[in-house]
Design a protein around this ligand. Sequence first.
Ligand SMILES: Nc1ncnc2c1ncn2[C@@H]1O[C@H](COP(=O)(O)OP(=O)(O)OP(=O)(O)O)[C@@H](O)[C@H]1O
Ligand SMILES: [Mg+2]
Length: 500
Amino acid sequence: MPARDPDAPPVLELRRVVKSFGPVVALRSASLVLEAGSVHALVGENGAGKSTTVGVIAGVHRRDGGRFEIDGEVVDFASTAQARDAGIAVIYQEPTLFGHLSVVENIFMGRQPRGRVGIDRRAMRDEVLRVFGRLGVRIDPDLPADGLSIADRQIVEIAKALTLDARILVMDEPTSALSGAEAERLFAIVRSLRDDGRAILFISHRFAEIFDLCDTVTVMRDGAFVDTVPIDDTTVDELVAAMVGRDVTELYPKQAAPIGETVLRVSGLTRVGAFRDVSFEVRSGEIVGLAGLVGSGRSALARAVFGVDRYDAGRVEVAGAAVRPGAPAAAIRAGMALLPSDRRRHGVVPAMSVARSIALAARGRLARSGLLTSRAERAVSRAWVERLRIRASALDAPVGTLSGGSQQRVVLAKWLATGPRLLIVDEPTRGIDVASKAEVHRLLSALAAEGMAVLMISSELPEVLGMADRVLVMREGRIAADLPRDAATPEAVIRAATGG
Ligand SMILES: Nc1ncnc2c1ncn2[C@@H]1O[C@H](COP(=O)(O)OP(=O)(O)OP(=O)(O)O)[C@@H](O)[C@H]1O
Ligand SMILES: [Mg+2]
């Protein structure tokens, strides 16, 4: 890294930045200083204003007040193109590539170098391969972006930032959809970019990775700056206290519940290429954890049980009655609900109101009781907004205007509003801040105590072990172990998941 002039201004500085959306004040006083050669974490509860801060930096939002400087010069980006030209690149949780275009075409979108005859494809391809080489990744540059995993799509975005020679990289929850190994690969790349002298802003709800990767951390609360400290001078407890301004209660408030009759019975379920001969039961009052590595077949199994995907053999029963395969509507009528892991794509319609979004899946039930009015919709939604503490300015606010974590809760509310007998949750606390995780756990525990059967997929081992009465471990499409709570130690689960 080139030696830095100690008197040089920071690469990026925000000072008391203000941003409102109509009546909603998203940023009251956001401040942030980024230095070259540093990985800087930005933490805060859901709705604290992290993504809005990113929006200001990226030219998506225009600030209403405060200062924004790059290299000591005041800037005011009117577009994302202006931010890009100033050396800023943003990597989002869900990369925004064009699915039908190739990797190369995406990287050079709108700025193809010209050769003698039209666009110089060879030069573009060589440049992409050079950058991939530098990043130490192997991705086929001719593949359409659609065919890539989320992790690879993020790397394509990073490669794009490098070809643009971005000096400031902003990553808004980049790891929330990645497996452990994919996240590790991303961190290796982030470290090499840092050593290169770039400034990186890293947003995450996962403290382990923040302490592993970042050197500095800024805490935000309610749209305002709280503190910036070197990572070595703080602890998780201190950060959490600064984020929430209060003490956080126990993270896994598991309560004992009477276990009743079988609600879900899955027998011999097979979907070729995804899972094979899977049989298990979930009983009333029981939380069954479904552990396993990413790709072991857990989400595919959940989608088949709920009828989103078809299966090739086997049977799904709820309360003793067979559920028609491949028909989510039938599953909902049978009393099932599925909170999918990919909630951006399958969860919400951004333009739909909070009230309608929550009441949507419960419509059948509301209509049967003769209640399908917007009043009923609002009443049902209001109850869940309160119970899940969803931060929305109004019930008729579009879901797309909520923070990422609040949108996640809207999807959870939507499924809970159907009053299911069996609730399948796939990564229920993904994207939810650390302080609110305990609330989601408390809710799941309370629902089980009220007699609901819960099947919980989670890649967070402590969450599975903390909440489940029984842990099923999947490996390569099969149930490799069925462990009662007492036997479900981290070692036992990992051994079953890896076959080690
Ligand atoms: N386009 C918009 N219109 C109205 N309100 C908005 C808009 N964008 C954000 N907000 C509001 O601004 C506040 C801050 O949201 P922001 O997305 O910045 O939070 P965040 O810190 O990124 O949270 P999370 O951890 O959940 O992603 C929230 O109350 C949100 O509802
Ligand atoms: Mg956000």
